[in-house]
Write a protein that binds this ligand. Structure first.
Ligand code: G6P
Length: 465
């Protein structure tokens, strides 16, 4: 159904990055779940804008058109980066919302910066919003924007989606600014969460810190003053066709063969693809893998682990130490089990292009997705999408949102090293018929709940609210 309502997407980052190479300076789309989710939505709408940060400190460029969308950059100074981005967003909220795996820090100066930057985003929306526009705000960096917009522009439909978990009530209640955040979120008409568990955590905290009421019968409904807010589960998907299509390309098969030969034809390839973040459980995974080699339950002559750790938030507390720890473990494993020509772990601390990633997914017999806590984890879904021959095995943390949809993975408690070892060993020796039956149901789930479906159904619910 086409709509002439203006849609404004608001996220901390714009969906582009600035590239300056032989072809000159230009904006290039950064592929991500959100951009691809919006592609079909854009085809149905005349006016789509995106408000966000370019990724560099300093004065933002003027709004510009890119791929049919008006991009509206918001400036962040160096101080904003330190206090709002590295500070409150990634030093307070990120660890708190991920079960306090790393200790969250509470600083009033960080909070003040969070309020002021959220205000800047809200003002940017107001500067371009037509009457009755639909606004869709994303993620933990911008939780105050719904409330600010409700005050400034009550004519708009306001949606919010939280990509990361919402913590258990007692953890959230530690936050000194807990009621400001919940009240601001309730400025939205529809709030989306990745899983039932986190949607429940949110609804559980609402009456504790505000005078809003959660409906007894229909618990998705919250009454806040004279307004009704819908707080519901709405798990994000991937652009299935893009991943499944790329996996079938003849060039991909050739790249997989080349990669296999470079690795000296291992019998089994295990793969981890993560941002280098303490929530991802990389160190526990390496411990399990090292012990399996040590106990001869896996043989370093047969098997290899490729661990991609994409650089991330290197100035934020906790990230340098997790990097040091992971790199020390990789060194130890290779020092003990690797040979001159064949390391037991291939570790890459850099980001990878789409084609390279697809070739790795196709090469991997076992995909290891073992975060301590994760909102969804799209890597798990991407791997499944590339397994059109229904081969391969996915080891998946029960604390990743994806486990709610991919119950046929080998589901593990990522804190339990012995359990991880059993799961990895089981996945590495899984019979082809079992691989096929597990992969087939996961494939159905991933191809059904796509990113496009996620975006259209969220916006339908919002515009009907
Ligand atoms: C997670 C968050 C996103 C964030 C991304 C990358 O997926 O949910 O909001 O954009 O990590 O992190 P960065 O700090 O580089 O934006």
């Amino acid at each position: 159904m086409s709509s002439d309502r203006q849609l404004i997407v608001v996220a901390n980052r714009l969906p582009v990055r600035n590239v300056n190479d032989d072809e000159g300076q230009r904006w290039v789309t950064s592929p991500g779940g959100l951009v691809s989710a919006l592609a079909p939505v854009m085809a149905d709408r005349e006016k789509v804008s995106w408000v966000g940060w370019t990724g560099s400190a300093g004065r933002a460029p003027e709004p510009f058109m890119h791929d049919g969308m008006l991009l509206h950059p918001v400036s962040l100074s160096r101080a904003d980066l330190q206090l709002y981005y590295e500070g409150f967003s990634n030093g307070t909220l990120w660890p708190l919302y991920h079960d306090s795996i790393s200790e969250p820090e509470f600083h009033r100066t960080w909070w003040d910066a969070y309020v002021s930057v959220n205000h800047r985003f809200a003002e940017a929306v107001v500067s371009l919003a037509e009457p009755n526009a639909t606004v869709w705000i994303h993620d933990y960096q911008l939780q105050l924007v719904p409330g600010m917009l409700r005050q400034l522009r009550p004519d708009m439909k306001i949606g919010f989606f939280l990509h990361i978990p919402w913590p258990a009530r007692e953890l959230f209640l530690r936050l000194p600014w807990r009621s400001q955040i919940v009240r601001a979120l309730l400025g939205a008409d529809v709030i989306g969460f990745q899983t039932d568990v986190v949607a429940h955590n949110f609804r559980h905290v609402v009456p504790r810190v505000t005078d809003a009421e959660v409906n007894d019968v229909e618990e998705n409904l919250i009454t806040f003053g004279d307004r009704r807010v819908l707080a519901k589960t709405h798990p994000i998907g991937i652009d299935y066709d893009r991943f499944a299509g790329a996996a079938r390309q003849p060039e991909t098969a050739a790249a997989v063969e080349e990669l296999r030969q470079t690795l000296h034809n291992p019998r089994r390839v295990l793969l981890g693809v993560d941002r280098l973040d303490y929530t991802k459980g990389i160190e526990r995974r390496l411990r399990a893998y090292g012990e399996l080699l040590d106990e001869d339950r896996l043989d370093a002559d047969d098997v290899v682990l490729i661990q991609i750790a994409e650089p991330s938030r290197s100035n934020v507390n906790g990230y340098a130490s997790i990097r040091a720890q992971v790199e020390q473990q990789v060194g130890e494993i290779n020092g003990t089990f690797g040979t001159m020509t064949r390391p037991a772990v291939h570790y890459r601390h850099r980001s990878h292009g789409f084609e390279e990633l697809i070739a790795m997914y196709r090469l991997a017999d076992v995909m290891l997705v073992t975060p301590f806590r994760d909102g969804m984890n799209l890597v798990a879904k991407e791997y499944v999408a590339t397994r059109h021959d229904l081969s391969g095995a996915l080891v998946l943390s029960e604390f990743a949102g994806a486990a709610h949809e991919l119950g046929d993975a080998v589901v593990v408690n990522p804190y339990d090293v012995d359990g991880l070892k059993e799961a990895i060993e089981f996945a590495a020796t899984m019979r082809p018929d079992e691989q096929r039956s597990r992969m087939s149901s996961m494939h159905d789930a991933v191809s059904h709940n796509t990113a496009a479906r996620w975006a259209t159904t969220f916006l339908d619910a919002l515009e009907r609210s």
